[in-house]
Design a protein around this ligand. Sequence first.
Ligand code: SF4
Length: 292
Amino acid sequence: MKCSVCPRNCGVERGNNIGFCSVGDEFMLARAAKHEWEEPCISGVNGSGTVFFSGCSLRCAFCQNYEVSRASTGAQVSEDKLMRIFDSLVEQGVHNINLVTPTHYTEKLAAVLSKYKSPVPVVWNSSGYEKVESLQMLEGLVDVYLPDIKFFDAAVSQKYAGASDYFEYASKAVLEMFRQVGALETDENGMAKKGVLIRHLVLPGNVSQSFKILEWISENLPEDTAISLMSQYVPYAKAKEMPPLDRRLSSREYSMVKQKALNLGLENVFFQQKNSASEDYIPQFNLEGLDL
Ligand code: SF4
């Protein structure tokens, strides 16, 4: 079947070819392990059970998981093995199964999640560049949506990700996620159990994008919408030669965006410490957790 799972609409037969996302129709994973550096309501004390899928349908110039998003790292994994990997993470005591960059496998993951009854919440950790009709396959199967909203202006998303239609898709995707699971709900320990948590990485030299995204959230989503406002940008990959992405975010830029969120009355925002901007927080994509 010709693939049109994501907005790239490649139309390739993924059994024999690869599309823009760089992978065929078999699962390719780069790592499956506990991760302690997500938001507190995702990582908690025991860690999040992150499952990193190889390939990506967005492929930002500044991607910090560059070798994974271009699918140069990864091992093929069957559906049964993927379920065993989920079991292994659950046995390690993780708070959730966190599917990282899963969009290009939406259809296959919907099939797996229909069979696998997870005892911990399932988190869909995506770029936000997704089609509503694809997300609808996940209804009732995903507990927590953790989408990015990366860019607002078409010219900016075209420049940094070759996707002038990024916000058009991401905004509709986030509204669909809200329709399915609503605002973020946490348990008695403050862990995410259901709902949407929007991530936004503030980019150097692009404060206006952050302002516009926060304004859109305040105008279109509930006041208590959970937002993770990230300051952890580190120049990586092609971005090292793409000013202003060739530098770190300044404290002043992050403060301006933080103040904007407060001025808009957004009341459920996770702020990040400046020392989070370190390559030390980027996981090692060494196929850990796949050898079961
Ligand atoms: S999921 Fe991959 S092959 Fe399918 S449309 Fe998107 S980029 Fe193309």
